[in-house]
Each structure stands twice: as structure tokens, then as C-alpha cells.
Design a protein around this ligand. Sequence first.
Ligand code: PHE
Ligand code: ZN
Ligand code: ZN
Ligand code: ZN
Length: 297
Amino acid sequence: APNIALANVKAHLSQFQSIATANGGNRAHGRPGYLASVNYVKAQLDAVGYTTTVQSFTYNGATGYNLIADWPGGDPNAVVMTGAHLDGVTAGPGINDNGSGSAAILEVALAVARTGFTPDRHLRFGWWGAEELGLRGSQYYVNNLPAAERSRIKQYLNFDMVGSPNAGYFVYDGDNSDGVGAGPGPAGSAQIEQTIQAYFTSIGVPTRGTDFDGRSDYGPFINVGIPAGGTFTGAEGVKSSAQATLWGGTAGQAFDPCYHRSCDTTSNINDTALDRNADAIAYTVWTLAQVATPPPA
Ligand code: PHE
Ligand code: ZN
Ligand code: ZN
Ligand code: ZN
């Protein structure tokens, strides 16, 4: 898998920041900054050969949009889908939540094109609308998948908040190996978790599980039995002293002190965390897209 250039990911974040600044300070559902964000991502993908679709839905009296991008080729009956929510709250520009996941998966998608990757499995990317209002866009997408199309999606990878300033390195606990909280997810979720863990092990960064409780857009996928996984660097939760010993950063402070606030700007990003997560996404997409990687049971 290619190394993803942090500078490229950050350039997308600067664009999201500019879009918010030019549109009343946010990129929220039903606001002009959201559609401008969709158009920015779509233009990048169209320029390199993706087949893109904008799916509209209505929520709360406003039109929402999901952006779906298919990379031509690969087994149409074995789709590996990667997604991130592109909307933010109204309070601020939403750069860590979730410009970070949106920009990281965009740069991975562009790397697929740049390297001329010819995966064995079909690659699809999704940017979801109205996550902040209750996973509305991803739920709409899953609800409207014909049964045959739904069964073609073998794996769903989700990235929501991957550059938190006081970062933790969390992987969705698909097998509920810690026995705490929600889970396990559909069979095959454990394989995704292990693939992501293998990347972090290779760079010497310890990870911990995070509850597979449906608090992001993988929820609608696991509810219909699609194996899922992903990473997360923390939101309003407070870093413990054990976690600060493990990862550095500040004990007693939130992973993201600007969570859902106006200060979630381009200053609210931990470059190291964002860089490691972008590389982990590329590794996971490349690994799962090849037939040498066993499909989920
Ligand atoms: N989905 C939450 C939000 O966008 C953040 C979150 C992601 C929380 C993953 C827990 C796990 O605000
Ligand atoms: Zn949020
Ligand atoms: Zn989020
Ligand atoms: Zn686990």
C-alpha cells in the first residue's frame, strides 16, 4: 500500500475550512457549506476517473446528500466500501469531526487512481450526509440498497474523527474481545479489526478497542449484517493517565477539547495521528481488496 502524504490530506482540510468560512462558519446538513463540501470532493474524484453519484434525501425539511464513488473494476460481487461523514455540526467548521475522516479517505481514493491500483475486489467510497442528526445519510443509503446489491458489500470501513489533538489510537472492537460494552459485530468484523491492528503493530503504535456501539455510520451496516471496522482518535472522552503513558498527550483532558465546538478548525488537528490513520486506511483498503486476503466467513 502507498504511504499517504500528510500534506495532501491537510490540503483537503484547508479547503473544508475555507468552505465553512465562506458559508457562515459551518458545513452542516441543510446549509450551503455542506453542498459545497460535496462538490469539492466530487470534483476531485471525477477528475481521476471515479464514477460518482450524488444521492439526495430529505431530513428535517432540508435536502441532504450522500456522495458515492466507484472505482471501475474489481469483482462486482465483492465490494469493499470505505466511508466517512462529510457533514459537521452548526457550531463550527467540523475539521476534526469529520473533515479528518473525509479528507483521509479522499486522499486514499486519489492514491488508488494515482497508483493505477487494479484491486481484485471492487472499491467503493462514500461520504455521508446528516450523520450529526442521527446517521441519517448512511441509514438512507443502507435502507435503499436493493437486497442483491446489499449482499455484494462484503466489508464496510468507517472513519470518523482520526486527527484528534489529544489523540488515542482506537480500533472498533468488532469481536468484543475486551468483553466490555457493545458487540460483537457481524462475523468478519474481527478480520477487519485485525487488519487495522496489524498496520499499527508494524509502526510500533499500540491500539485499544473502542465500543462497537453504532455511534457512527457503520451502525446501519452492522444492523443488516455487513462486517465493519474502522479507527477513531477520540471525542469528548477524557484521556486517562494510563492512556497518556501509552500514547503521550495530556491525561485529564478530552481527546478532542473542541468536539462539536467553534474551535474545531484546522488548528484542531494532531498531524501525527492524522498521518498514521491515513496510512492505516490505505493499508487496510489495499489488503482487503486483494484475493490473497481471505474474505469474511
Ligand atoms: N459519531 C460521533 C460524532 O460525529 C463521534 C464518534 C465517532 C463517537 C466514533 C464515537 C465513536 O459526533
Ligand atoms: Zn460529531
Ligand atoms: Zn463525527
Ligand atoms: Zn477486538
